[in-house]
Design a protein around this ligand. Sequence first.
Ligand SMILES: C[C@@](CO)(OP(=O)(O)O)[C@H](O)COP(=O)(O)OP(=O)(O)OC[C@H]1O[C@@H](n2ccc(N)nc2=O)[C@H](O)[C@@H]1O
Ligand SMILES: Nc1ncnc2c1ncn2[C@@H]1O[C@H](COP(=O)(O)OP(=O)(O)O)[C@@H](O)[C@H]1O
Length: 283
Amino acid sequence: MEIIEKAPAKLNLTLDALYKREDGYHELEMVMTTVDLADHITLKNLPEDEIIIRTTSGVLPLDKRNHAFQAAKLMKETFQIKKGVEITIEKKIPIAAGLAGGSSDAAATLRGLNRLWELNLSLDELADLGAKVGSDVPFCVYGGTAFVTGRGDQIQHIGTMPQCWVVLVKPRVGVSTGTVFSALSFEELVHPNTNEMIAAIQNEDYQEMIQNVGNVLEHITIARHPDIERIKYKMLKFGADAALMSGSGPTVFALCEKYSRAQRVYNGLKGFCKEVYLVRTLK
Ligand SMILES: C[C@@](CO)(OP(=O)(O)O)[C@H](O)COP(=O)(O)OP(=O)(O)OC[C@H]1O[C@@H](n2ccc(N)nc2=O)[C@H](O)[C@@H]1O
Ligand SMILES: Nc1ncnc2c1ncn2[C@@H]1O[C@H](COP(=O)(O)OP(=O)(O)O)[C@@H](O)[C@H]1O
C-alpha cells in the first residue's frame, strides 16, 4: 500500500512575540494560513525495521536531521511499530525560507503514518506529537487558518481567510530561525494588531486584513538582508495590496485580490529574483 499526503507551505499573516520564556523559546501570537505551494510525501511500508528517506531535493539531509525522519521515528517509538517505512519527499517549498517546509513534511508524515499503520489518532493527538519535532509542526498538522500561541503549539481555528492571490519571493539567502529570535529586543518592538487581524478574517473583510499584516521579526532579518526591503517596495510598486516577510524569513509574500495585479507583481519580481511563485490561499 502507498499513501500520499500533501504538505502545504504556511504564511505568517501576523507574528508577534510577547516575551522570552524560561525554556528559551519565545511566547508568540501569530495568525497563520496555508497556501497551495506544497511538497508531496509518499509513504510505503518496508519489511525491515528502518526509515528510508528519498527526496527530489539535492540538498536535504536523508538521516535523522530530516524532519520527516524525526516524525516517523517518533511514531515508531511511541506506538512500538516494528515495521519500516520509505518516505519520498517531492520538494517544492523553498528550504529554510520561513515557509515551514520541513515542519509541513513532518506533519504530513504524521498524518500519513496514522493512515498507513491504522493508528486512528485524532489530529489533536498528532499535533501534540508534532510539537516534539518543531514549533511549527502542530499548525501544519491541521493547516487552514489559525490563531497560534505558546511557542507555536496552541492552535485555535479562525475560519477561512478571504481568498486571494499570493506572490512568494525567496531571496537567495538562508536564514536561521534561532539566530533571528536571539536578536529580538522587546524595547523596540512595533506589535501587529493581532485582534484586528482575527476579526478581519472572521468578518471576511479583505481590506481590514491587508491593513493588519505585521511581523516583529521582519526588521531583524531586513537588517541582515536589505534585499527583503527592496522586494517589499517593488511588490507594492507593482500593485500588491500588502507585502510582508513570512516567519523568520527570508521569503516575502504579496497579497493581491485581483489576479491581474498578482500577475503584474509576479512578472515584475521575476526579473529581480529567480525564485518567484504565484499561488492561492487554501480554504
Ligand atoms: C518563526 C516561525 C514562525 O512561524 O517560523 P519559521 O521562520 O521557522 O518558518 C516559527 O515559530 C519557528 O518554528 P520552527 O522552525 O518549527 O522552530 P523550532 O525548530 O521549534 O525552533 C528553532 C529555534 O527558534 C527559536 N524559537 C522558535 C519558536 C519560538 N516560539 N521561540 C523561539 O525562540 C528557538 O531559538 C529555537 O531553537
Ligand atoms: N523535510 C525537510 N524539508 C525542509 N527542510 C528540512 C527538512 N528536514 C530538515 N530540514 C532542515 O530544516 C531547516 C529549516 O528548513 P524549513 O523547514 O524549510 O524552513 P523554515 O523553518 O524557515 O520554515 C533547514 O536547515 C533544513 O535543512
